[in-house]
Design a protein around this ligand. Structure first.
Ligand code: FAD
Length: 317
C-alpha cells in the first residue's frame, strides 16, 4: 500500500510522515500525525489545499495548549503554521498579527510599544489563531474585545476576510467554520505608557501562579464554566480534587485542571475527564462540556487512501 504522502501535492514548506505529536502539545501525550505539513507561507498553504485529495481529512494544530491528542494519533493531514505566519506589523494602535504568533509574545511586544488592551494575553500560552477560534480569555476579557478582522483560508484553499462582529463570539466559542484555517488577524488597543501595562501584566502572572498549576503538563481549563456556576466548584463538590487515574490527575491546586503527572496516556486523561463529567452530572445534575479539544483516534488506524481517494473522485465527477 502506498503511503499517504505519495498522494499529496508538492510543497515548499516541510512535510513529513508519522510525526509523534506528544511533544507538540502542553499535555505531552498523543500518537502520530499521519502527515504533518508546515507551510512556508500563505501561498504554499493555499496551493496545497487546492490540490490535496478531498478524501483526506485535515486537522489544524496551533501551539497544542488546548488539545488532547488521542493515543492512536491523527489520521490524514495535520497542518501547523510555523515561521511564515509569525509576523507582527504595527500602525498606530492597530496590529496585523500572524496566526502562529504566541499570544504572550504579542502581548509583551505591544506592552513595550505602549499599546494596552492585550494584558490578559500575556498569560495565554497558545497562538493567536487558536485563541481566536475558541475566543480564549481570562481576567474578564477575551479575543472578541480586541479583534477587528481575520483572514482565513478554508480547506479547499479559498480565502476569506471577515470582520470580528460576524464571527459569532460567545463564551469560549465562535462560529468560525471548522474547515477554516486562520492565517492573520487585525487587533486594536489603546495607547498607554509601557510601565503601566507591564505592571498589570505582572499582577496577572502573580494571580495565575498563586491559583493555577501553570508550570505542569496541562491544557488549561478542563471544562467550560456552566451558566452561573464554576466547573472547579462542581468538581470539588463531588470530591474529585486530587483524584488520579494512571498518570492523569485532577489538580490539587485547581480542580478544573487536568494534569499529566509524567507518564499519563491520552486514554488516562480522557477517561478521568469523562469520569469527572459523569460524577458531576449524577450528583449535581449539571452537564459539563469539555473546553479542551479532543483530536484523533484511540488506536492507530491504517487507511486505504487509494480506495478512499478514487471513491471520492467518483462521487464528485
Ligand atoms: C497553563 C495554561 C493556561 C491556560 N489558560 C487559559 C485561559 O485562561 N483561558 C483560555 O481561554 N484558555 C486557556 N488555556 C488554553 C489555551 O492556551 C488557549 O485556548 C489557546 O488560545 C489555544 O491556542 P493553541 O494555539 O494552543 O491552540 P491548539 O491547542 O493547538 O488548538 C486548539 C483548537 O484550535 C484550532 N486551531 C488552532 N490554530 C488554528 C488556526 N490557525 N486556525 C484554525 N483553527 C486553529 C485547533 O484545530 C483546535 O481545535 C490555557 C492553557 C494552558 C496550558
Amino acid at each position: 500500500m502506498s503511503s499517504l504522502l505519495s498522494y499529496l501535492p508538492p510543497v515548499r514548506g516541510r512535510i513529513q510522515e508519522n510525526v509523534p505529536l506528544d511533544e507538540w502539545t502542553s499535555l505531552h501525550v498523543g500518537g502520530c500525525a499521519e502527515v504533518l505539513f508546515m507551510p512556508e507561507d500563505s501561498d504554499d498553504l493555499i496551493h496545497f489545499l487546492r490540490r490535496r485529495p478531498r478524501a483526506v481529512p485535515v486537522t489544524v494544530l496551533g501551539a497544542g495548549t488546548n488539545v488532547l491528542i488521542r493515543d492512536g494519533g491523527i489520521p490524514g493531514i495535520v497542518i501547523h503554521l510555523g515561521n511564515g505566519f509569525r509576523r507582527i506589523f504595527k500602525e498606530g494602535n492597530t496590529f496585523e498579527v500572524g496566526a502562529s504568533v504566541i499570544a504572550t509574545t504579542f502581548a509583551e511586544q505591544a506592552a513595550y510599544e505602549g499599546v494596552s488592551g492585550f494584558e490578559f494575553l500575556s498569560t495565554l500560552p497558545g497562538t493567536m489563531g487558536g485563541g481566536i477560534c475558541a475566543n480564549a480569555g481570562c481576567f474578564g476579557r477575551s479575543f472578541k474585545d480586541i479583534l477587528l478582522e481575520v483572514e482565513a483560508v478554508d480547506f479547499c484553499g479559498r480565502i476569506h476576510w471577515v470582520p470580528a462582529k460576524k464571527l459569532g463570539f460567545t463564551y469560549r466559542a465562535s462560529t468560525i467554520p471548522k474547515d477554516w484555517i486562520l492565517v492573520r488577524a487585525w487587533i486594536c488597543g489603546q495607547i498607554l505608557p509601557s510601565p503601566l501595562i507591564l505592571k498589570t501584566m505582572e499582577e496577572y502572572h502573580a494571580t495565575r501562579a498563586a491559583t493555577q498549576p501553570t508550570q505542569t503538563r496541562t491544557a488549561g481549563s478542563l471544562f467550560k464554566n456552566p451558566e452561573g456556576k464554576t466547573a472547579w466548584e462542581l468538581i470539588d463538590a463531588v470530591g474529585l480534587r486530587g483524584t488520579h487515574l494512571g498518570g492523569a490527575e485532577i489538580s490539587e491546586k485547581h480542580a478544573n485542571f487536568l494534569i499529566n503527572t509524567g507518564h499519563a496516556t491520552a486514554s488516562d486523561l480522557e477517561t478521568l475527564g469523562e469520569k469527572a463529567r459523569e460524577k458531576v452530572l449524577k450528583e449535581t445534575g449539571v452537564s459539563l462540556s469539555w473546553e479542551i479539544v479532543r483530536l484523533g483516534v484511540p488506536f492507530p488506524e491504517e487507511t486505504a487512501w487509494e480506495e478512499r481517494i478514487q471513491a471520492k473522485k467518483g462521487v464528485s465527477s
